[in-house]
Structures are given as C-alpha cells and as structure tokens.
Design a protein around this ligand. Structure first.
Ligand SMILES: [Zn+2]
Length: 152
C-alpha cells in the first residue's frame, strides 16, 4: 500500500454484476446505463435543505447545497461541484446533440450533463439526476463530525 496519498480520487471499478447488486434499479439505470430520470420525478428536484450531495454509487462528495438552484428544468441543478476534480467531463454526441456529460471521478458513474446557461458568475448549470445522488443534511454531517472527534 502506498502511504501519504489521499484516497479521495482513488478509482473504484466494479463489474456490472457487482454494481447491479449494490444499486437500486433506478440508480443502476442512471449511473451505469447513462439513463435520465423523467423530469420532475426525482427526489432532489424541489429539495433545498442545507447539506451535501454524494455519489449514489461510491459515496464520493459531489455537490453542496449552497450551489444548488431551481432551474425549473425538472432536475436538480448546481452552479458548481464541491471540487472540480471530483467530477469528470466527457463529450456526449448521443441523440444528435453535442452535450457535455458529467461523471463521478471516482467510480465513473453517470450523473447528468453540464450546460452553459447557469447563473453568474460561472454561468454553468450542472443538470443532475436525483438517482445518482445521496443527500446528507448539515445536521447529519455535524453529528458525524462530533462523534468522530469524541475521545474514547
Ligand atoms: Zn461515484
């Protein structure tokens, strides 16, 4: 084992069979088959609690509630990722369109697409499927932090 390296960007690679065992059918459809949930049906579309969003495939941190906004498109929209390196962009030429697909940098799971019609200053809109995200509220994150720092 290599020491001193952050494990944050360590790639996760599972077989499709293993992913099928881990994910719900809807998560598998979005993350592994690059599916798109129907607009307005996702858990996090109209959802604005304070907290962080993690990859539903591998738990990698992807977005924070502070960058979430209502784009009215029917999918959760973010103006920027938590960390740029946590998200990887790929050209997507499917369906006769030129789009930029965004995937989790750790497990390669499909998240959604990024468009250039977001709010200033960045002007980006990360249009993400709810099924590819897991939300943790600020309270959950705080209490996890407190329990980590309690001395035995
Ligand atoms: Zn992931």
């Amino acid at each position: 084992m290599e020491e001193g390296k952050s494990n944050s960007a360590e790639k996760i690679s599972l077989t499709e069979q293993e992913w099928k065992g881990l994910l719900t059918p809807q998560q598998y459809y979005v993350l592994r088959e690059k599916g798109t949930e129907r607009p307005g049906t996702g858990l996090y579309d109209q959802f604005f609690l304070k907290g962080k969003y993690y990859c539903a495939g591998c738990g990698f941190e992807l977005f924070e509630s502070g960058s979430k906004f209502d784009a009215g498109c029917g999918w959760p929209s973010f103006s920027e990722p938590s960390e740029n390196r946590n998200i990887t962009e790929n050209a997507d030429l499917s369906y006769g369109m030129i789009r930029t697909e965004v995937v989790c940098s750790r497990c390669g799971g499909h998240l959604g697409h990024v468009f250039n019609d977001g709010p200033p200053p960045g002007g980006l809109r990360y249009c993400i499927n709810s099924a590819s995200l897991v939300f943790k509220s600020q309270e959950e994150l705080n209490s996890a932090k407190i329990s980590e720092t309690i001395e035995p």
